[in-house]
Design a protein around this ligand. Sequence first.
Ligand SMILES: Cc1cc2nc3c(=O)[nH]c(=O)nc-3n(C[C@H](O)[C@H](O)[C@H](O)COP(=O)(O)OP(=O)(O)OC[C@H]3O[C@@H](n4cnc5c(N)ncnc54)[C@H](O)[C@@H]3O)c2cc1C
Length: 393
Amino acid sequence: MYDVIVVGGGPVGSYVAYKLAGMGHDVVVLEQKERLGGRVCCAGIISQECVNSFDIDDSVVLRRVSSAKLFSPSGRMLRLWRQETQVCVVDRAAFDMAIANWAQGKGAQYVLNSLVGNIEVGGDGVRVEATRQGEILNFEARAAVIATGFGSRLVGGLGLGKIGDFIMGAQAEVETVGVDEVEVYFGQEVAPDFFAWLVPTSPLKALVGLLSRRSPGLYLRKLISSLLAQGKIVSDEAELSHRGISLKPLARTYGRRLVVVGDAAGQVKPTTGGGIYYGLLCADIAANNLHRALDDDDLSARNLASYEREWKKKLGRELKIGYWVRKFYEHLSDRQVDRAFDIIKSSGIDEALLKADDLSFDWHGEVILRLLGHRVLSKAIKAMKIPFRFGVA
Ligand SMILES: Cc1cc2nc3c(=O)[nH]c(=O)nc-3n(C[C@H](O)[C@H](O)[C@H](O)COP(=O)(O)OP(=O)(O)OC[C@H]3O[C@@H](n4cnc5c(N)ncnc54)[C@H](O)[C@@H]3O)c2cc1C
């Protein structure tokens, strides 16, 4: 019997495996893909803070970014720029491989090509059933970690509730001409209720993608045609990939002998849809709590509840404020977004924000609350008569 079965060998599952194996536990990772580090529908943007906190190796960083151009629905532009690197674009395939290598280096075993279809929790352990090329494989462990990413059916069957809200995304790799800054596009015609991006990954290549409440593939095709017409990319023949992102956490992220981590738990920034850093932070918390529970030989739901308390203490407020901002943005018309761009520029809010020491790519809560207290912006919000109330419990 293993100590821990980790279901899902994405960055979050592999990080839990790395930590637990490093603490001396016997860990197996079950992954449905045939090989680690395949193509992932993800822009791979993580903050410098994430790179530093998790010691991410330079070899997986494609690009360091210190500026971005934001385009309003009618084409008004805000350029955000800071001296120092704000975010890094990682090669997601290499990044996933690197963390899996860390885990394997500490002794975690990987069983690939194994789709987990069932998890049964019993008094003395968990039984996990996987299918590998038609063959049924059974695994037993003292506890299981579910790190299956967005939309896994596994979680639903375990009585942990549902993800509160989600959005769909689409992305493609394109060849570019003269694009050397990250570009972000807003507008109902571009990416309804969310935004789109063009992220250069090398001098001639970029990822173009978007998140949207409806038809992301359709809107991405439109965006690719428009970028081609603007001369920013060289061809509109691109292979699209699709994936969802949770915007609200799972109702409960632990149970007897179980924890759920990463996208499967909805540990994602609702403002941007970024889930790598928050997922890794929660993976760290999950591993520490599981380690303690394994050592105490108390894997009851009551004992593992500390995992949820701890990650919510760290991220709960950010997730709530971020979700409120997301819903607020969804109430804005294109005209109102244009107007917000004008106000931000003319009142110098952009300059003030860029100078703020606590401006962070990952922690938006305090800055958002400060912005709402900004006289010009709060007056404008009132003037726009947006039927929305701010409420963060
Ligand atoms: C279009 C798009 C762009 C994004 N861009 C960014 C970005 O720039 N920055 C950022 O931080 N985040 C971004 N994200 C989100 C980011 O990709 C996720 O937050 C991140 O991948 C979460 O990692 P994870 O390990 O929890 O899940 P995943 O990376 O999804 O890994 C889950 C793993 O579990 C495996 N699995 C699933 N079910 C089973 C099963 N039943 N049995 C066995 N294995 C299973 C899967 O094959 C997969 O390998 C983006 C998402 C999308 C859709």
